[in-house]
Ligand binder design. Structure first.
Ligand code: GLU
Length: 324
C-alpha cells in the first residue's frame, strides 16, 4: 500500500493536499438501517474494518437513520448482530443520526447566516437528499432557483415548502483517494448547488455525514465507489465549516450477474442466504476475498487474515466484482 495520508485544504479551500499521517486511522461503519445486509454491504464493512485494522486503527459505528420513513430500529439491531457474527468490531458507538439534530441545525444555521443557502422550489428536489446518493441518482442542478428575487421567493413559499441548497463555487475540488488515486471535480459544472435541508426540515446526508465524521473523530472514510462523486461536496462542506478532512478510500462494488449493484432484491446475496450457504464467517470471507480478486483462491480466511493477506491494491479500480 501507498504510505497513508490525511488531507489538508489549501488556502482557497478547494485543493486537498496529502500529508503523511502520523497516527493510526479511525475508520467507520455507516450502515443505513433500511433493510438487512447483503454481500455488498458486508464487503464494504469488511474492507473498512481491514483498512483501519491493517494499521492498528479503530472503528466507529454510526447508524445512518436520517430518513425516518425508511429507517427501522429492527434493521439496525440486525445489522449489528450480523457484524458481530462475521467478527466485525467497533470501538466507538453505536452513534445514531437521530440524536444529532441540534448539531446539524447549528451548522445549517451558520451556512444560512453566511448567505450560502437559498430556497429551491423545484419539484422532487429533495427526494433522495437524506440518503447517500448511489450511482445514477446524482444530477447536476442547473441553478434554476438561485436567482429568484425575495418577492418571488415569498410568493412561491406560500404554495410550496422549499428545500434549501448550498451555493457552490466554479472551482475544482481535488483530493487523493487511497485506492483510486488523484481525483478532481468541478463543483459548479459537475454537481451544482446541492440540497443541505429538505422541504420537510430534515437535514441532508451530505451535511450530516461531514458533521458526524468530524464529531466522531473519523480520519478514514472507506466506502463503495458509487459515493466517490459525493466526496467533493463533503470536502467543500468540511472547508466551509472548518472541519478536518478525513482520508478517503473508494472501492469497487459487488454486482449481480447482470452487472447491477447488489440490492435488497438480490436474495441469493442476502445475509441469511450467505450464512446458510457458507456456514462459517471464515468460508464467507474467503469467498469474498476471492470474488473481489484479492486472493488467488477461496480458502477460508479469518478477518485478521483478510486484513493481513488480501491484496488491497486490487481494489484500485472501478471494475466491479461479480458476486456468486
Ligand atoms: N449510509 C450510507 C449507505 O449505507 C453510507 C454513507 C457513507 O459511507 O458515507 O449507503
Amino acid at each position: 500500500m501507498e504510505p497513508h495520508s490525511f488531507a489538508r485544504t489549501s488556502r482557497d479551500n478547494t485543493t486537498v493536499e496529502s500529508v503523511v499521517r502520523q497516527t493510526a486511522p479511525i475508520g467507520r461503519f455507516a450502515p443505513s438501517p433500511t433493510g438487512r445486509l447483503h454481500a455488498g454491504n458486508l464487503f464494504a464493512a469488511v474492507v473498512a474494518w481491514c483498512l483501519a485494522h491493517r494499521e492498528g486503527g479503530k472503528m466507529v459505528l454510526r447508524i445512518e437513520d436520517l430518513d425516518p420513513e425508511r429507517s427501522r430500529t429492527e434493521y439496525a439491531d440486525a445489522i449489528m448482530r450480523d457484524y458481530e457474527w462475521i467478527g466485525l468490531t467497533w470501538d466507538f458507538g453505536p452513534y445514531w443520526q437521530h440524536d444529532r439534530e441540534e448539531a446539524y441545525r447549528a451548522a445549517y444555521e451558520r451556512l444560512e447566516r453566511e448567505g450560502l443557502v437559498y430556497p429551491c422550489f423545484c419539484s422532487r428536489a429533495d427526494l433522495h437528499a437524506a440518503s447517500a446518493p448511489h450511482f445514477g441518482e446524482k444530477l447536476v442542478y442547473p441553478g434554476t432557483c438561485r436567482g429568484l428575487s425575495n418577492a418571488e421567493r415569498q410568493e412561491r413559499a406560500q404554495r410550496k415548502d422549499p428545500s434549501w441548497r448550498l451555493i457552490v463555487p466554479d472551482k475544482d475540488v481535488t483530493f487523493d483517494d487511497i485506492l483510486q488515486g488523484s481525483q478532481q471535480q468541478n463543483l459548479a459544472r459537475e454537481c451544482g448547488d446541492f440540497v443541505v435541508r429538505r422541504a420537510d426540515g430534515a437535514f441532508a446526508y451530505q451535511l450530516a455525514v461531514v458533521l458526524d465524521d468530524a464529531e466522531q473523530g473519523v480520519t478514514q472514510v472507506a466506502r463503495g465507489i458509487d459515493l466517490l462523486p459525493s466526496t467533493p461536496q463533503q470536502i467543500y462542506l468540511q472547508s466551509l465549516l472548518g472541519l478536518p478532512h478525513p482520508e478517503y478510500a473508494h472501492f469497487p462494488l459487488m454486482v449481480n450477474e447482470s452487472g447491477r449493484r447488489l440490492s435488497k432484491r438480490d436474495h441469493d446475496a442476502s445475509i441469511d442466504e450467505l450464512r446458510d450457504r457458507f456456514h462459517t464467517p471464515e468460508r464467507l470471507l474467503g469467498r469474498m476475498a476471492f470474488v473481489a480478486g484479492m486472493m488467488p483462491n477461496d480458502a477460508p480466511l479469518t478477518l485478521e487474515e483478510f486484513a493481513r493477506e488480501a491484496d488491497f491494491t486490487k481494489l484500485g479500480g472501478r471494475i466491479s466484482a461479480e458476486w456468486s
